[in-house]
Design a protein around this ligand. Structure first.
Ligand code: SAM
Length: 326
């Protein structure tokens, strides 16, 4: 199949978006503080992180709507740049997005001997695509398919997160607007690397990505010795039990499963974990197969480097014991 860019279908007119007046805007996540007349976004989840909340001061509401799939809020913060929020949960901020995008992309690509064909599930802000294009440019990756359920997220990202979405139209990108789970159920294609860059499981369209059946679909869509990686939606401070259960689910399908993590100040508790897996039991994820010169590395990446690759698998003692020692 030769890559082609599918037209994004939502009839959102990016040049004529409504204006949102912060003083009259109402949203469950936004609170007005009378003492200094400031507005704050607070990320809340009774299910995933009861009793704690990350907050950002809001300068301007850039967009808000209920799409067919989720509540989409985009605001300009005073210190983290523009922020994309889906169903009340931060997806990315301009200040720190590169940490997550780089790790979830470069870990599997640099661990695979020849990652020619890559599938991204979710990924509407297109940050992972931006990172994958670096490997297209160095001749490693040949074809990228991205399956995102909500074309509004892509369109809005081109306007409000332009640095992340700059390659949404790249000729090597085959963009498909569909449910990633349904796509994998019906697909007969095989990939070398599959990156699941989805939103969290609670109350949204990404729920099915955190179940055993999804790992089975991933396995079915992988070439021999292929690698999958997904955001785990939790981190070691928030819910070790959940991470252990996700790792256990992945291990029922893949015999080599590792947990790794990156610093992300805008994700609850300041970290995000990833699950990386393959059926190749001899694969050592903790060391990249290829490396760049120091100079090239620091031109290409802001977060990723060879040491970061290795260190992202190192866990503090209590988490290592709980997650990795039976
Ligand atoms: N980095 C983010 C994080 O870890 O929270 C994920 C960002 S990306 C914006 C998540 C994307 O997954 C969203 O654009 C959402 O629409 C998409 N998504 C959720 N469920 C999906 C599904 N079933 N199929 C395809 N895409 C889905």
């Amino acid at each position: 199949m030769s890559p082609s860019t599918h037209q994004i279908s939502s009839n959102l007119d990016l040049d004529n978006l409504p204006h949102f007046d912060l003083s009259t805007f109402r949203h469950d996540s936004i609170t007005y503080h009378k003492e200094d007349s400031s507005y704050w976004f607070y990320e809340k989840s009774k299910q995933s992180f009861p009793g704690q909340s990350f907050g950002l001061q809001v300068e301007e509401i850039l967009y808000h709507a209920q799409s067919q799939f989720q509540d989409i809020l985009i605001f300009k913060s005073t210190t983290f740049g523009n922020v994309l929020v889906l169903n009340g949960i931060i997806q990315c901020t301009e200040k720190d997005e590169f940490a997550y995008q780089e790790l979830i992309t470069h870990l599997p690509i640099m661990s695979h001997p020849s990652p020619k064909k890559v599938l991204v599930i979710g990924g509407g802000d297109c940050g992972v695509i931006r990172e994958l294009i670096k490997h297209v440019e160095d001749g490693t990756v040949e074809e990228i398919t991205m399956v995102e359920i909500d074309d509004m997220v892509i369109k809005l990202s081109t306007k409000f997160l332009p640095e992340m979405a700059k390659y949404h139209n790249h000729p090597k990108l085959n963009l498909i607007i569909d449910d990633g789970f349904a796509f994998l159920k019906n697909s007969v294609e095989k990939y070398d690397v599959i990156i699941t860059d989805s939103s969290d499981p609670d109350d949204g369209p990404a729920e099915e990505f955190f179940q055993i059946n999804y790992f089975k679909l991933l396995l079915n869509a992988l070439n021999e010795k292929g690698i999958v990686i997904m955001q785990s939606s939790e981190n070691i401070w928030l819910n070790l039990e959940y991470l252990k259960s996700l790792k256990t689910k992945a291990s029922t399908v893949f015999n080599n499963v590792k947990y790794c993590q990156c610093y992300m100040p805008s994700y609850t508790s300041g970290q995000l974990g990833l699950i990386i897996a393959t059926t190749d039991s001899s694969k050592d994820f903790t060391h990249p197969l290829r490396s760049f010169s120091r100079e090239k590395e620091s031109k290409l990446f802001k977060y990723y480097n060879e040491q970061v690759h290795c260190m992202s698998f190192v866990l503090p003692t209590w988490a290592e014991n709980y997650l990795n020692n039976n």
